[in-house]
Design a protein around this ligand. Structure first.
Ligand SMILES: [Zn+2]
Length: 525
């Protein structure tokens, strides 16, 4: 990273707030859903009506502990909820229930990739559980409060200031997000605020061991902006110091339109919040059995899986990344590799999953949910996010055994393509039929589908030979041009032959036989 003066270095710590994918809110039974009519998902607890009392959501605790274990934090068997007191119109209680002293987990780390095959250990101070506030919506001179989000379960993950550049900060966020999405703890959606990041930034002369005064940049709401915001702020601080000024401890907002950070308020200290133990909630006590059960459910994390795919199956980094984006997809791939048991090249299985299976399901999801897609597209208009990305961030059901009843069918379909019984397009049609069959509770083998839909390739030499002769005869002009050197026309003849067989000819055979004929013509036979 180039700064305006490279004798300085940056010291960055990140606080990530991630919403937990629970069905209900942290302390009441209101649904935890994004994008509903304002103030339609509220109850006496999240509205802070007198006499209402909070109850801890067990599922939120499970997800928080799962996240904590995945990033190597120690789980504290006894933790406490605390009140963080401040006034804001989106916070009806006048305090946020959080954890302060005695959080649910502490002292962990995440290994991040810093390029060139190098890794860096980023220490994580803690992960604690808290609730989200509501939202203010400003329109002209009016401001409105929407309390649907009030009480949404959050995990706050606080890193130590171990990150030394905007690129490292981005790598940390990406790795953290990958884990949370993979384990279905969070949908990781930065633009909608379910994965948010505040950054603490200071600069110092290289070699200095003392930390400079830090500023906090709030709510950087997209991956694209993280590096930009940090780079701007680092340069701003360096410039200030070079000009003889001093960095003031304050809270800043990143303005994505100007690309600058703007002062929001003086930075408050922890003691300003008058934290005290939440009197309405008991201490959170976790048993060894509870923690162990969650540990056992985690399994191989996406990064380790990616590396295994690259090393053991020689998959490209991109393919390994796509396959490990969703736990269900990775799981199906692993199971298919077992069924395959060395029969065909694993890359072929990977290709079918990436290019046909995932794509087909995403397309289908978008067609089945047009309103949802439109709604979200409108929401993201300002950031102009492509629709594929929006769909990517939705949790689509990828479970093969649910969608086509048994992943063995998927494998059978690939084998039929590999054996030359059907071509690729036939494979797609089989896949499509498998989905329909599962919907209609119809059981059919892949072979039966191929017969019923008449998909078997024409592979016998005689049949293809006849078709090619016919095609050549019918297109004398093109044939002369081809013999005369217009090689492009070869594809034209392949296309005509495929058309005559309604796409069922074995393309390899068509190429072979056609080539033989053309060579014969050229040599005057
Ligand atoms: Zn509620």
């Amino acid at each position: 990273m180039e700064y305006i003066d490279n004798s300085f270095e940056a010291v960055i710590g990140l606080e990530v707030h991630t919403q937990l994918l629970t069905h209900t809110k942290m302390f009441c039974s209101c649904p935890n859903v994004f994008g509903k009519e304002p103030n339609s998902l509220v109850c006496p607890v999240c509205l802070a009506l007198p006499g209402s009392l909070p109850v801890i959501n067990l599922n939120a605790v499970e997800l928080a502990v799962k996240a904590a274990i995945a990033i190597n934090l120690n789980i504290n068997k006894k933790s406490l909820f605390a009140r963080k007191n401040y006034f804001y119109p989106d916070l009806p209680k006048g305090y946020q229930i959080s954890q302060f002293q005695d959080p649910v987990s502490s002292n962990g780390y995440l290994m991040i990739d810093i390029g060139g095959g190098m890794e860096k250990k980023i220490r994580i101070n803690r992960l604690h559980i808290e609730e989200d506030a509501g939202k203010l919506i400003h329109a002209g001179l009016n401001s409105f409060v929407d309390l649907n989000r009030a009480g949404t379960p959050l995990a706050e993950i606080v890193s130590e200031p171990d990150l030394s550049s905007p690129a490292e900060a981005a790598a940390y966020l990406k790795d953290l997000r990958d884990i949370l999405v993979y384990l279905e703890i969070s949908d990781g959606n930065m633009e909608e605020g379910s994965f948010r990041c505040d950054a603490n930034i200071s600069v110092r002369k290289k070699g200095d061991t003392n930390l400079g005064t830090r500023t906090e940049v709030k709510n950087v709401n997209s991956f694209k902006f993280v590096e930009k915001a940090l780079e701007y702020e680092i340069n701003r601080q360096i410039e200030l110091i070079l000009g003889g000024g001093k960095v003031v401890q304050e809270t800043l907002l990143f303005n994505s339109k100007t690309g600058k950070t703007e002062s929001m308020r003086g930075k408050e200290e922890a003691h300003d919040y008058r934290y005290f133990e939440e009197p309405d909630l008991p201490p959170l006590i976790l048993t060894d059995g509870f923690i162990q059960k969650i540990k056992d459910s985690i399994g191989e994390l996406p990064k380790a899986k990616r590396q295994r795919y690259i090393n053991d199956f020689a998959l490209s980094e991109y393919d390994a990344e796509v396959l490990t984006q969703y736990k269900d997809v990775a799981n199906d791939f692993d199971e298919l590799v077992k069924i395959n048991n060395g029969t065909i090249d694993i890359k072929k299985i990977a290709n079918w999953i990436i290019n046909e299976w995932m794509l087909e399901l995403k397309k289908r999801w978008a067609t089945d949910n047009p309103e949802h897609v439109q709604e979200r597209a409108a929401l993201h208009e300002e950031n102009s996010i492509p629709i594929e990305k929006i769909i990517n961030e939705d949790l689509i059901n990828f479970k093969m055994n649910e969608i086509i009843k048994d992943r063995k069918y998927f494998f059978d379909m690939i084998m039929q393509v590999e054996n030359g019984k059907i071509n690729r397009n036939g494979g797609r049609l089989v896949l499509h039929q498998l989905v329909e069959n599962a919907k209609n509770r119809k059981v059919q083998s892949v072979e039966k589908i191929i017969n019923d839909l008449n998909l078997a390739q024409v592979s016998d030499d005689k049949g293809i030979e006849d078709i090619i002769r016919q095609v050549l005869e019918e297109n004398q002009k093109e044939l002369e041009d081809l013999i005369g050197g217009k090689d492009k026309l070869f594809g034209f003849f392949v296309g005509e032959a495929m058309k005559k067989t309604k796409g069922k000819a074995n393309p390899k055979k068509v190429n072979e036989i056609l080539n033989k004929h053309i060579e014969n013509y050229k040599s005057g036979i």
